[in-house]
Design a protein around this ligand. Structure first.
Ligand SMILES: NC(=O)c1ccc[n+]([C@@H]2O[C@H](COP(=O)([O-])OP(=O)(O)OC[C@H]3O[C@@H](n4cnc5c(N)ncnc54)[C@H](OP(=O)(O)O)[C@@H]3O)[C@@H](O)[C@H]2O)c1
Length: 303
């Protein structure tokens, strides 16, 4: 199997991680089939030479067809937080089933799956339980070499936190450590694994940034970037967090799961399993992310 002839499929190709995976693989000259629901959103990847395939993730037949003739796949569970989807767990299970079948039927030899820290836990971890089930399901496919990428806490999640009354405000305990990672780095880790195809059997890999941070430290880094040293952090009650998710248009189903994952993180039940690796040390730091991406947004919001 030469690099030029390799055929990849990327699910969720317009996602933050899938987009990086698609572009990185296209840069190697490989054939890349990119999956998504909208030709318009996939057009930038078509311009780079990707084969566009319009697939609604719940359409099992279309997904099976999209996996035909593929050597290696990037698979993920698309978030679906829209209010008219009343059963997020059920939605995740259908995606897991569909991906499992598509991989089985096509006989793909290698797949990298986007999973999460905490996916070793079968329950009590909110939406992450769906990723546990993804790992289990793909882990049972005979002949498939499967690598689950257990990504840390996405730095981009910070975009949903704001300054309120002069303090950074969020639902996390002030001193609970989060294994921050930039989505760009998760995509790059997936692309590297898919290019090397050096994983065999079933395995998993935690993908984190150079260091974990708690909210006190995160507020302090943000404060430095904003020229407001000693920026305080306020932990909001879970009820306030619930109301914010409702206002943001999340379904009741996803809200319950979000509250569960926050409680699980705050209690320490959900935590990274491995120490930071030398690869982790080379990834984007929280300081860089905050200075270059988050602080400019906060400045705009607070003008
Ligand atoms: N947030 C975290 O800290 C964290 C940590 C570890 C793992 N994860 C996992 O990472 C995954 C998300 O990855 P990401 O950030 O790369 O994704 P993302 O950027 O949020 O994009 C998800 C893609 O899903 C599709 N999508 C959006 N709404 C949809 C809907 N209602 N129905 C069907 N498809 C929809 C969109 O594609 P089209 O519209 O083009 O079809 C979009 O490009 C999730 O499985 C999550 O559990 C998250």
């Amino acid at each position: 199997m030469t690099m030029e002839k390799r055929q990849y499929v990327v699910t969720g190709a317009t996602s933050r991680t899938g987009n990086i995976v698609s572009k990185s693989l296209l840069e190697t000259g490989a054939r890349v089939r990119v999956l998504g629901r909208s030709a318009k959103r996939l057009e930038p990847l078509a311009q780079l030479g990707a084969e566009v395939c319009i697939v609604e993730p719940l359409d099992a037949e279309a997904l099976n067809t999209a996996f035909v003739g593929v050597d290696a796949a990037y698979v993920m569970l698309q978030p679906n937080y829209i209010p008219d989807h009343p059963d997020f767990r059920g939605y995740q299970d259908r995606l897991v089933d569909n991906l499992g079948r598509a991989l089985e039927q096509s006989g793909v030899s290698h797949a990298v799956g986007l999973s999460s820290w905490g996916a070793e836990l079968p329950a009590g971890n909110g939406p992450v339980a769906g990723l546990h089930r993804l790992e289990e399901r793909l882990g049972r496919i005979a002949g498939l070499n499967f690598l689950a990428l257990r990504a840390g806490y996405f730095m981009e999640n910070l975009f949903s936190l704001h300054l309120e009354g002069g303090a950074l405000t969020g639902p996390f305990q002030p001193e609970t450590k989060l294994p921050f990672v930039a989505t760009r780095d998760v995509g790059e880790a997936a692309a590297n694994a898919l290019q090397a195809l050096d994983f065999t059997g079933k395995g998993c890999l935690e993908v984190k940034g150079p260091h974990a941070s708690d909210m006190l430290k995160t507020a302090s880094i943000l404060g430095e970037a904003l020229g407001r040293p000693l920026l305080p952090y306020t932990m909001e009650p879970l009820e306030t967090f619930r109301q914010k998710l409702t206002r943001a248009g999340c379904s009741d189903s996803i809200i319950e799961l979000m509250l569960e994952v926050v409680e699980s993180i705050n209690s320490g039940r959900l935590h990274a399993q491995w120490p930071h690796s030398p690869e982790d040390a080379r990834r984007m730091s929280l300081e860089t992310f905050i200075r270059e991406q988050w602080a400019p947004r906060i400045r705009l919001e607070n003008q």
